[in-house]
Design a protein around this ligand. Structure first.
Ligand SMILES: Nc1nc2c(ncn2[C@@H]2O[C@H](COP(=O)(O)OP(=O)(O)OP(=O)(O)O)[C@@H](O)[C@H]2O)c(=O)[nH]1
Ligand SMILES: [Mg+2]
Length: 277
């Protein structure tokens, strides 16, 4: 992976505290396994370092199972708990091990927040990278405790990273959006959808589906399985059509960005970030 130049990789306007006296903004990076969360954090880190003057973020790695991170985390869950030891000690599988590691880390959250608060005056951004298995963070008690504690201490936004190439099928797109929607309603925090990997799959189809639910319904119809043997609309098709109307309301209140976390040296694509809303 080659390091991008600042001009071609600029996250044009990362959420930021409006004045230096304000608290730093916390960006919680969430997304399906392999969607590019860690690479996205690395790109934000690299962008913030490249600013003049440089504004290094404070990074927390909350993924106990990651082997190596492409950034130097200021606080790393792996320094506190070894999830493989946790698996052995409590006879757990990998997900149970990761979840228990996160629970153990959460017992030290007050110390973690204390460390961040000590640095708050000098920081504009605090970035959290979360475990690969999305539900470990979003549907666990410790994930909720971490999110609530952070959000009650600092201005906080959720960056929901979407693997664009994996959402080209209408049904997959919808399930990813429903997941995003559920996290928005659960956390009630400002929410940014980050369409990642646009070097591999341009994101325009997603923007069209979000702007125009009829376009999404047409894509669904073109995807087959619309009618059953008797010519009646299938249950799945009716469900997805209704869901697309529900999601239409969700889309109206979102900020959406396209992103290319990975810089391909031969890529001629335009700058990876832009404002949609
Ligand atoms: N083509 C392309 N690949 C990317 C991009 N961003 C990330 N990747 C690749 O996607 C894979 C997963 O990236 P990660 O950053 O590890 O994703 P993650 O969401 O942190 O993964 P887990 O934490 O394991 O769930 C890696 O092979 C990355 O190189 C991108 O913008 N474009
Ligand atoms: Mg990761």
């Amino acid at each position: 992976m080659s390091e991008p130049s600042a001009s071609s990789s600029t996250p044009a306007s990362l959420p930021t505290a409006s004045s230096s006296s304000e608290k730093p903004v916390v960006i919680i990076t969430i997304g399906m396994a392999g969607s590019g969360k860690t690479t996205f954090v690395q790109r934000m880190n690299s962008h913030l370092h490249s600013l003049a003057p440089s504004k290094p973020p404070y990074i927390l790695n909350l993924d106990p199972a990651v082997v190596g991170t492409p950034f130097d985390a200021n606080i790393d869950i792996r320094d506190t708990v070894n999830y493989k030891e946790v698996m052995k000690q409590y006879s757990l599988g990998p997900n149970g091990g990761i979840l228990t590691a996160l629970n153990l880390f959460t017992t030290k959250l007050d110390q973690v927040l204390g460390l961040v608060e000590k640095r708050a005056d000098t920081l504009d951004h605090v970035i959290l990278d979360t475990p690969g298995q999305i539900e470990i963070f979003t549907w666990s008690a410790s994930g909720a405790i971490i999110t609530d504690a952070v959000a009650s201490t600092f201005p906080t936004v959720v960056a929901y990273v979407i693997d664009t190439p994996r959402t080209v099928a209408p049904a997959t797109f919808m399930s990813n959006m429903l997941y995003a929607c559920s996290i928005l309603y659960k956390t009630k925090l400002p929410f940014i959808l980050v369409f990642n990997k646009i070097d591999a799959q341009p994101h325009e189809f997603a923007l069209e589906w979000m702007h125009d639910f009829e376009a999404f319904q047409a894509a669904l119809a073109g995807d087959g399985g619309v009618r059953d043997a008797e010519g009646e609309p299938t249950y799945m098709n009716s469900l997805m059509n209704s869901m697309s109307l529900v999601l239409d309301e969700f889309y109206k209140h979102l900020k959406v960005r396209a992103h290319r976390s990975l810089s391909l040296s031969l890529s001629l694509r335009p700058p990876p970030f832009f404002f949609f809303l």
